[in-house]
Design a protein around this ligand. Sequence first.
Ligand code: ATP
Ligand code: MG
Length: 334
Amino acid sequence: MQNNVRLRLFSNIVIVYMLLALAWWSFLLFTKNRDAFISKVELQKLVMIANNEIQTDEAFLASPIYQNLLKKYQRQEWMILGEALVFAIILVIGIWFINRGYNQQVNTAQLSRNFLLSITHELKSPIASIQLVLETLKKRQLNEAQIKKLSHNALQDTNRLNTLVNDLLLAAKVETAYRPHIETISLSTLLPELISKLQHRHPTANFDFRQSKEDISMAGDLTGITSVVMNLLENAVKYSHQTKPAIVTSLREVGEKVSIQFADNGIGIPDKEKNKVFERFYRVGNEDTRQTKGTGLGLYIVDQIIKAHQGSITVSDNRPQGSIFTINLPKEQG
Ligand code: ATP
Ligand code: MG
């Protein structure tokens, strides 16, 4: 970071220096050009007076020779101005491009750092806890209840690992090889099913399902759509930081599209982060200070799957607090 700031400062100084130098050289050229013009005019006047071609200043100013000199001088002035402007514009455009590339580099570096930190944590902690469980089972004589509890924990950790690895694979796949396998999906059936699965996982959460009419369906990829819904619902629970989070899923038909909304009363997403959360590995806040677990892959996968279905996803604020994720999907794949 320190290096970045220094580099920024240095490049800004160079840019300012270049612009100042440009202004200074243009100014110098202007004055030199004017000096040359005045000397030429004076010389010409002396020659003409000596040759008795003119008597007064007015006669000289009206003479074609003076007029020619004046025209040439003015043309040169415009030329200097034009060149300076073109140079400045090219310089600014160049700087803009360089800056943009630089910012992208910094962002990518930040994202991969975030990813590395979270992935190491996400991989290491379940492995460590499974190891601990196995060592305990090996060393100690435990009763049935204790064994059950330990193996339950270990199983939970293997599940976590499994989800993580699947997410990583899915993320790699959605970028290149993902083609939705289209079939008719009854959202009116699928959504309550997935919600009850999550209800099982988070017994204290308060899930609510609403639909504008019975039996809404669409043509899409069942695995993909399931992954989208699970990711959004998991996020809604995870980023509520409450013991009893309330999550409302609403399904509607709008013309040739279906719209699904997931509304929570959680911590919400600041405006300037709203677009970024769909980027790969992006997580709000700083990895070092963040409490919740995750890799920042979920919403990226969601976004890619929805794009592959020619749909769209947006996020807005819920009232009084929380976020609403809205997805729009065409009923038929064109
Ligand atoms: P995982 O890959 O395990 O899903 P993740 O949940 O951190 O990890 P995403 O699902 O891509 O990753 O979410 C990206 C970020 O967007 C989250 O880290 C969180 O900061 C923010 N976010 C996502 N959903 C919500 C929500 N419902 N409320 C508030 N913030 C959210
Ligand atoms: Mg997530």
